[in-house]
Design a protein around this ligand. Structure first.
Ligand code: 5GP
Ligand code: MN
Length: 355
C-alpha cells in the first residue's frame, strides 16, 4: 500500500525517524490549514457584512493585514467594517485606506462574521460585542488560542499578512498594488526588517511577489524606519542611559516621568528593546516601561532558540519565540527583578545546551 506520509521505522537511524515525524507533522498542519482556508472562503462567500479587527495597540502586521482583508472583501463585493480598540499608529497612517480603520471600544451590527487577525486571544482585541459574533481567527503567534469558530493558526507564517495573501489566492482575489503595499508592510515589520527567526526563503518569495505587484521596498522601509519623531529620539536617549548588561542578558527602561518630559507617546517606545538585543553576545533583552498606576509593560526579544513567548505567557502576556510582551505589577524595580529571575535560568540553560 502506498502510504501518504512516512511511518516510523524501527531500524532507521534516530535522525531519520525524527525527520519522518517532522514531515508527518508538517503534512498534518498543512491539511488543517487547507481545511480552515476553505471554510473561511466559504463563510465569506455566503455572507455580506464582515467586521475586521486585530489586537489593541495595532502594529504593522495588524494594520496591514486588516487593510488587505478589507480590500479583498471589497473586491468580492462584500461590506467590511475595520475596527480596532486603539488608533492606527502615526507611522502606518500613510498606508492605502488607513483612514478606513475606526477606533472603538464596542462593536455592534448585523455581521455575518468577525475576522480577527493576529489576535492571540479574544480579549486581546479589547472590543466589547465580539463574543456574540461568528469568529474567524487567523493568527501566527506561538501563544495563539483556538477561541474562534474557525481557527487558522500558522506558527510558520512570518506575518499574518502572509496568511492573508494565501486567503486572497484561495478566494480568487487580485493582488492590487495597494494590497501589495499593505502586505509588504506586514512582512517587513513582523520580521524586524527581515531579521527575525521567522525569515526564510519563502519570506523573500512573497516579498518578490509583492514587489512585482507594485510594493516599493525602499519607499515602504523609509516610511517606517526613517520617519521618526524627535520625541522618540529623546526618549531613546533616556532609555539608553539606563542600559545594563549581564553576560547574555541586557535590559533598559524608561519611567513615566521620561515619557512626560520628552512628550513621547506609546508608539515612540516601539523598537527601543532592539538596542539592547542587538549587542554582540547578548541573547535576550527586555525593555521596561513604567505605566501610570504602578503597572509595567515589558517588551522581550531574543536571538536564536530562546523562547521569550513562553516567559511572557507565564507572566500573562504572549507573542513569538523571538519577540513577546506582557504587563506586570510595578514598581519598576520589582518588575525588573521578576523578569530577570525568569530570564537568567533560561539564558543559562541555553548557554549549556549544544547549538
Ligand atoms: P512588543 O514588544 O512589540 O509590544 O510585542 C512583541 C510581540 O509580543 C507582539 O507580537 C505582540 O503581539 C506580543 N505581545 C506584546 N504584549 C503582549 C501582551 O500583553 N499579551 C499578548 N498575548 N501578547 C503580547
Ligand atoms: Mn504578526
Amino acid at each position: 500500500m502506498n502510504r501518504p506520509f512516512p511511518e516510523p521505522d524501527a531500524d532507521a537511524a534516530p535522525d531519520a525517524n525524527l525527520r519522518a515525524a517532522e514531515v508527518r507533522r508538517a503534512a498534518g498542519a498543512e491539511a488543517l490549514a487547507a481545511d480552515a482556508v476553505a471554510r473561511i472562503v466559504e463563510v465569506i462567500g455566503r455572507g455580506e457584512r464582515f467586521l475586521v479587527t486585530s489586537h489593541c495597540r495595532p502594529d504593522g502586521d495588524a494594520v496591514g493585514s486588516m487593510l488587505a482583508v478589507g480590500m479583498l472583501l471589497e473586491q468580492l463585493g462584500k461590506h467590511a467594517d475595520l475596527v480596532t480598540a486603539d488608533r492606527v499608529p502615526l507611522v502606518y497612517r500613510g498606508l492605502p485606506h488607513a483612514s478606513s480603520i475606526r477606533a472603538a471600544m464596542r462593536v455592534h451590527g448585523p455581521y455575518d462574521a468577525a475576522i480577527l487577525l493576529e489576535c492571540d486571544g479574544l480579549e486581546r482585541a479589547r472590543l466589547k460585542g465580539l463574543e456574540d459574533l461568528f469568529l474567524i481567527n487567523i493568527d501566527h503567534h506561538l501563544s495563539g488560542r483556538d477561541f474562534g469558530h474557525i481557527n487558522w493558526i500558522d506558527h510558520q507564517a512570518a506575518s499574518v499578512g502572509e496568511m492573508v495573501n494565501r486567503l486572497r489566492k484561495a478566494a480568487g482575489g487580485a493582488l492590487t498594488r495597494e494590497m501589495a503595499v499593505c502586505l509588504y508592510t506586514t512582512l517587513l515589520t513582523d520580521t524586524g526588517g527581515f531579521c527575525y527567526g521567522s525569515t526564510n526563503a519563502s519570506t523573500f518569495a512573497l516579498a518578490h511577489e509583492l514587489a512585482l505587484a507594485g510594493a516599493d521596498p525602499v519607499r515602504i522601509a523609509q516610511d517606517i524606519y526613517f520617519s521618526t519623531t524627535a520625541a522618540k529620539i529623546l526618549l531613546l536617549g533616556a532609555a539608553l542611559s539606563t542600559l545594563k548588561r549581564e553576560g547574555r542578558l541586557a535590559w533598559l527602561w524608561i519611567t513615566h516621568q521620561d515619557m512626560v518630559r520628552t512628550c513621547a507617546t506609546e508608539e515612540d517606545c516601539e523598537g527601543i528593546v532592539n538596542y539592547a538585543v542587538c549587542i554582540t553576545g547578548v541573547e535576550a533583552a527586555v525593555f521596561l516601561r513604567e505605566l501610570p498606576e504602578r503597572r509595567v509593560r515589558l517588551s522581550l526579544r531574543s536571538k536564536g532558540r530562546i523562547n521569550v513567548a513562553a516567559i511572557a505567557e507565564r507572566l500573562g502576556g504572549g507573542g513569538h519565540e523571538n519577540a513577546a510582551g506582557c504587563t506586570v505589577e510595578g514598581p519598576l524595580t520589582r518588575a525588573l527583578d521578576e523578569i530577570l529571575a525568569e530570564l537568567r535560568p533560561v539564558v543559562g540553560d541555553f548557554a549549556a545546551s549544544p547549538r
